[in-house]
Design a protein. Structure first.
Ligand SMILES: NC(=O)c1ccc[n+]([C@@H]2O[C@H](COP(=O)([O-])OP(=O)(O)OC[C@H]3O[C@@H](n4cnc5c(N)ncnc54)[C@H](OP(=O)(O)O)[C@@H]3O)[C@@H](O)[C@H]2O)c1
Length: 351
């Protein structure tokens, strides 16, 4: 059986990456790709890497009734504040929804006013949506109608910390996450801060107070440890186009050594198809350079028992494991397919 997939917001970076991955997926046919600006033009007009692929697909206006009749699955690759206005029609028609935007990530609807500045229009759908991180919510994703794919910084932050939080290896009061992320995280539309001459060669903290991803990272880590947890998180814009690295600074809860940390990461990630625990070789710690172009997340750690501290790392490609690849992984789970279908490729190197 072939599943029909529509992408809303297909002219952007995550939409383009979803098009690329789905074009290679053996069980999927892309039936619609929306863009208000490029409606009527071939997708390769914007995504030149897709020349000669998806040749028959042109961008179309967003027409929900048409999508309902043409698709079994919908990817929403749109800015915040859009998805919550369209998802009800899609799920009521029986479509499976993968929302790459933040609209269905936070379980408490009031948090949308605080963090995103809009009133959430679908609190009931929000309550049933599932946070799309398979390493934590695989079983719930299987039966979900709406999966909220995590942000890229959040994916790296949560995956760096999850085993340590779950196993009680660290003090939960003092977690500081530093994320470095490439320019494609900001989307296709340039702003003063993201326009190439301003952004190239930078190592620049941004939104150091109140970055929006803090809310979802706290939500998910709190679920893992069973109590309300607060973190400090500062993202940094770096000159790479792709890639995100989370370095989580933590204090050890008692006499924890490297073996205990290794055991916890092996226990939680040993069977995960897209997580590699890294701790040897000339590059001992995770680096986005060695995951870019793939759905892998490399995790690792540095443990200093004499100082009672550790640094926990996770490296991803922000557009793949941090966005479109994660959405494909969740889609596979929702459709009962092998989770690796369409994602079974290695990082490119050198990049
Ligand atoms: N970039 C990343 O690394 C990353 C990672 C994880 C999650 N995300 C999230 O994924 C979403 C998309 O990010 P992106 O980087 O792909 O952004 P982007 O490059 O700016 O693309 C946004 C897309 O949404 C469409 N769009 C904008 N406003 C719309 C509206 N009101 N109704 C319908 N379509 C609309 C745009 O096309 P038209 O204007 O032509 O319609 C475009 O196709 C965001 O919510 C972002 O936070 C991004």
């Amino acid at each position: 059986m072939t599943f029909r997939v529509a992408i809303i917001g297909a002219s952007g970076y995550t939409g383009g990456e979803a098009l690329r991955l789905l074009a290679m997926h053996p069980r999927v046919e892309v039936t619609a790709a929306t863009s208000r600006e490029y409606a009527g033009k071939p997708v390769a007009t914007v995504h030149m890497n897709l020349r000669s692929v998806l040749g028959s697909i042109k961008f179309s206006e967003l027409n929900l009734e048409k999508i309902v009749s043409e698709a079994d699955v919908v990817f929403l690759s749109v800015p915040s504040g859009v998805s919550h206005t369209v998802v009800r029609r899609l799920v009521e028609a029986g479509l499976k929804v993968l929302d790459l935007s933040p609209d269905f990530r936070l379980k408490n609807p009031r948090l949308y006013e605080e963090w995103y500045g809009f009133r959430h229009g679908e609190p009931e759908l929000l309550a049933e949506s599932v946070y799309g991180l398979p390493e934590i919510h695989r079983d719930e994703i299987r039966n979900a109608r709406v999966v909220a794919c995590p942000g890229c910084n959040s994916t790296a932050a949560i995956l760096s910390l999850a085993p340590a939080v779950r196993e009680g290896l660290i003090e939960l009061e003092h977690i500081a996450v530093d994320v470095k992320v490439g320019s494609s995280e900001a989307g296709r539309q340039p702003s003063h801060g993201t326009h190439h001459p301003e952004r190239a060669n930078v190592i620049r903290p941004y939104e150091a107070e109140g970055h929006r991803h803090v809310a979802e990272v706290e939500q998910e880590l709190s679920l893992l440890c069973g109590r309300e947890l607060k973190i400090a998180m500062v993202p940094h814009a770096v000159g790479n186009v792709r890639g995100a690295l989370a370095t989580s600074h933590v204090w050890l809860a008692g006499s924890i050594d490297e073996t205990a940390v290794w055991r916890a990461y092996a226990k939680h990630y040993g069977k995960e198809p897209f997580i590699r625990v890294v701790r040897s070789g000339p590059v001992k710690y995770p680096d986005p350079k060695y995951v870019v172009g793939s759905n892998y997340c490399d995790v690792g750690f540095a443990v200093e028992p004499s100082r009672g501290r550790a640094a926990l790392f996770a490296a991803i490609d922000n557009l793949i494991k941090g966005a479109a690849g994660q959405a494909v992984q969740c889609m596979n789970i929702m459709l009962g397919l092998d989770e690796r279908e369409g994602l079974n490729f290695l990082p490119i190197s050198p990049v």
